[in-house]
Write a protein that binds this ligand. Structure first.
Ligand code: CP
Ligand code: NVA
Length: 343
């Protein structure tokens, strides 16, 4: 990771563009090995290693993936949030990073500003992994790639992946750059006001030019979804955004809602559905119920029937978070990775 720095520098994962295409290949191959080994089949390659999970925002999958993968590899995690630490109140990110770097072998950070990940990486002296910021979600993208590649024939044309919804969100940015490195045909359908960051699109285009991948950013969801193999949705309002924006967001994004009629516009009877989760797909969460009362819709970014259909890969994708996060930890911390041996 961060291939441009000295060979003995900590292997950070601050954003997807820290990785070369070869490193993505290494990580995915490592993740497949980890997955094949099962819950108990891994040797304790990270025995004695200590990992800080410094989280400013809530998490179910990412935290659990780090904790379970670390446990399986013999490492130990400490979960630290703002309510139980000084971060964000009486202590800066820089000082927090300097201190944690004295105690831990690596830091996974989830939070708001991308600058916080960069600051930690500059000062902690140990590998820093981005576990989601407002701008990037690189560990998610690795799970997305693994899931797509498990369900796509490598002998056929590149996977056609259509994201429909809020184009500026962290998951889209990471998918664009990581997917481009895998040579995917990526189509982002979003309103102009919610387009991906131009600087990130430029990075994705550069990587796509090297891999033979393709990037399309369009307001026309019909164009984006035609012949798609995979259709991806994420929440219409991300963590940290003002919940007062829901009505405006629904107005903008309603044409991009992934429901049966939209999925059928792919023209592909075998099209698969992806979502990073959590999802507002039914009334069984407090937010989903509130949005149902507001709109009468069972599901916002995706209809409940699509979410629960046989086309949906969302729980395989969630499982793959654990295997790909194990790969990230091994790649940064284990001696000898990626030649990792099973127990
Ligand atoms: N997909 C994802 O990052 O989930 P969590 O917010 O639960 O970690
Ligand atoms: N875009 C979403 C992703 C959650 C995993 C968010 O940031 O809330």
């Amino acid at each position: 990771m961060n291939a441009t720095t000295a060979p003995d520098a900590p292997r950070h994962l601050r954003k997807d563009s820290d990785l070369s295409a070869a490193e993505v290949e290494t990580l995915l191959s490592l993740a497949r090995t980890v997955k094949a080994a099962g819950r108990t089949g891994l040797a304790p390659h990270l025995a004695g290693r200590l990992i800080a999970l410094l989280f400013e925002k809530p998490s179910t999958r990412t935290r659990a993936a780090f904790e379970t993968a670390a446990h399986a590899l013999g490492a130990h995690c400490t979960y630290i949030d703002p309510a139980s630490s000084h971060l964000g109140d009486s202590e800066s990110v820089e000082d927090t990073g300097r201190v944690l770097g004295r105690y831990y072998d690596a830091i996974a950070f989830r939070g708001f500003a991308q600058g916080s990940v960069e600051t930690l990486a500059n000062h902690a002296g140990v590998p820093v992994w981005n576990a989601l910021t407002d701008t990037w979600h690189p560990t998610q993208a690795l799970a997305d790639l693994l899931t797509i590649e498990e369900h796509h024939d490598p002998a056929g044309p590149p996977a056609r992946v259509c994201f429909a919804g809020d184009g500026r969100d962290n998951v889209v940015h990471s998918l664009l750059v990581s997917g481009a490195m895998r040579g995917m045909d990526l189509r982002i359908a979003c309103p102009g006001a919610l387009s991906p960051e131009p600087g990130i699109v430029a990075i994705a285009q550069e990587r796509a030019a090297q891999s033979g991948g393709r990037i399309l950013i369009t307001e026309d969801v019909g164009d984006a979804i035609r012949d798609a193999d995979f259709v991806y949705a994420d929440v219409w309002l991300s963590m940290g955004e003002d919940r007062g924006a829901w009505e405006d967001r629904i107005r903008l994004l309603r044409p991009y809602r992934v429901d049966r009629p939209l999925l059928e516009r792919s023209g592909n009877p075998d099209v698969r559905f992806l979502h990073c989760l959590p999802s507002t797909h039914d009334r069984r969460s407090a937010l989903g119920d509130q949005l149902f009362r507001l709109t009468g819709l069972e599901g916002m970014e995706v209809s409940d029937d699509v979410f629960r259909s046989s086309a949906s890969l969302v729980f395989d994708q969630a499982e793959n978070r654990r295997h790909t996060i194990a790969a990230v930890m091994l790649h940064s911390l284990a001696e000898g990775a990626p030649g990792i041996e099973e127990r």
